[in-house]
Write a protein that binds this ligand. Structure first.
Ligand code: TRP
Length: 417
């Protein structure tokens, strides 16, 4: 869930010292960094290509079967439908879990705007499911420091947004006894152990390395240059003595959108040198923008986004007006040729939010054959998203400042190891 849109300093990502412009045929290629997502295709990001490029492992059916077997719980539809598509070392987590060895979950959010959108829900829905099936502690990092450094935001405003976003996250139903949410600005200053873990990471990574991984350059501010150590630190249990009682060997599993992988490649690289276990990862795909899967939904682009604060009327209007359609120009043509689900954004959204597999399959067939029209497909989606958003609004209303404080207080969590 990296931030979106133009980011100061990010121009460095495109052309580094000594690097040349890419050859012509590659200019429309996909570009996935923590700051930018463009796919160059109406079908969206080519995730197989990304797996090859990043060197992660594709999730195959046998891994899904193993998760189901080990936990005794059904697989989430985002896993069976390929939205959790890649991983690193999840087998090791399952090996350990089977032997009764502990692990914890770590995820995060960069609080850059008051309004979160439905795409931001995806990694948190998955994290919630993982916490439920494995019954393990969870830490959630709110990188208000990152957004202060990268965006046109004051430190105070970034900190305020962290608490606002915490309410949305809490509204997903995380267990307060097992979940610690922290703002970097608050927690790092109060935790010598977190800071010491950060320092150890900083000592292992050179400027040359972060230049290579993140595209930083000579004119990048030094806050950004050291930030990767801050996102890496929660991967190690030594950062949370109040939770893990000073143990440094507890394995970590990080569910995140694939654009965050560069941070954790760096983390996995330094872990053995510090004597810590490498964090395991589960990668998720992006929710496409309303206008088409060439890019992901972005909070800074009102037209591409469905916000968690939108009214039923706004949801209906935006989907009807903007959702890129794979349908044909006229009803007659559509009946004859059918719609193209591979580029149809409303259909793509249904794969994220419609839980009923049989119903989704029926829609796929009917839309592809031309039996179902675009308007009918959109109507299905509008109903589902109106429900998702209005229920979220109701649950968020119940999250008080007191509840936020409870989640954000450093404390012992409940777990069985
Ligand atoms: N950098 C992420 C963002 O901009 C926030 C983040 C911090 C995060 N730690 C994480 C995301 C761990 C996933 C996993 O949104």
């Amino acid at each position: 869930m990296a931030e979106e849109g133009a980011v100061p300093g990010v121009e460095n990502l495109k052309l580094q010292d000594g690097e040349q412009n890419p050859p012509e045929e590659e200019t429309e290629d996909q570009l996935i960094t923590p700051w930018e997502v463009t796919s160059g295709s109406q079908k969206g990001v080519n995730y197989d290509k990304l797996i090859a490029q990043f060197g992660s492992t594709k999730i195959e059916q046998d891994l899904i079967d193993r998760i189901v077997r080990v936990t005794g719980k059904p697989a989430h539809h985002l896993l069976t439908r390929g939205m959790i598509f890649s991983h690193r070392d999840v087998n090791l987590i399952l090996d350990a879990y089977e032997k009764g060895k502990p692990f914890f979950l770590y995820t995060g959010r960069g609080p850059s705007s008051e309004a979160m959108h439905v795409g931001h829900l995806i990694p948190f829905m998955i994290t919630k499911w993982l916490q439920d099936i494995f019954d393990v502690p969870l830490v959630i990092q709110l990188t208000d420091d990152e957004k202060f450094l990268w965006k046109d935001l004051t430190a105070e405003e970034a900190r305020r947004l962290a608490s606002e976003n915490a309410k949305d996250i809490i509204a997903l139903g995380f267990d307060v006894d097992k979940t610690f949410i922290f703002s970097d600005m608050d927690y790092i200053g109060s935790s010598p152990d977190f800071y010491r873990t950060m320092l150890k990471i900083q000592k292992c990574v050179t400027f040359n390395q972060v230049k290579g991984i993140f595209g930083f350059g000579d004119s990048t501010c030094i806050g950004k240059i050291s930030f990767p150590s801050i996102q890496a630190a929660p991967s190690f249990s030594s950062s949370f003595p109040q939770i893990f009682g000073g143990r440094k060997d507890i394995q970590c599993l990080i569910p995140c959108a694939i654009d965050q992988d560069p941070y954790f490649r760096m983390t996995r690289d330094v872990a053995p040198r510090l004597g810590f276990p490498k964090p395991a990862l589960l990668h998720t795909t992006f929710l496409p923008a309303l206008q088409g899967a060439m890019t992901k939904m972005s909070a800074s682009d009102a037209v591409s986004s469905l916000y968690l604060t939108d009214t039923n009327g706004q949801i209906k209007k935006k989907i009807n007006k903007y959702a890129f359609s794979g349908g044909q120009a006229t009803v007659e043509e559509h009946r004859r040729l059918g719609g193209n689900v591979d580029v149809d954004v409303s259909y793509m959204y249904l794969t994220f939010f419609m839980e009923d597999d049989d119903k989704l399959q029926q829609i796929r067939e009917d839309y592809s054959s031309g039996k179902m029209l675009t308007g009918e497909l959109k109507k299905e989606l509008i109903g589902i998203l109106q429900k998702v958003v209005s229920e979220h609004i109701e649950r968020r209303k119940k999250v008080t400042d007191e509840t936020v404080k409870e989640f954000m207080t450093p404390r012992k969590l409940k777990y069985n190891y």
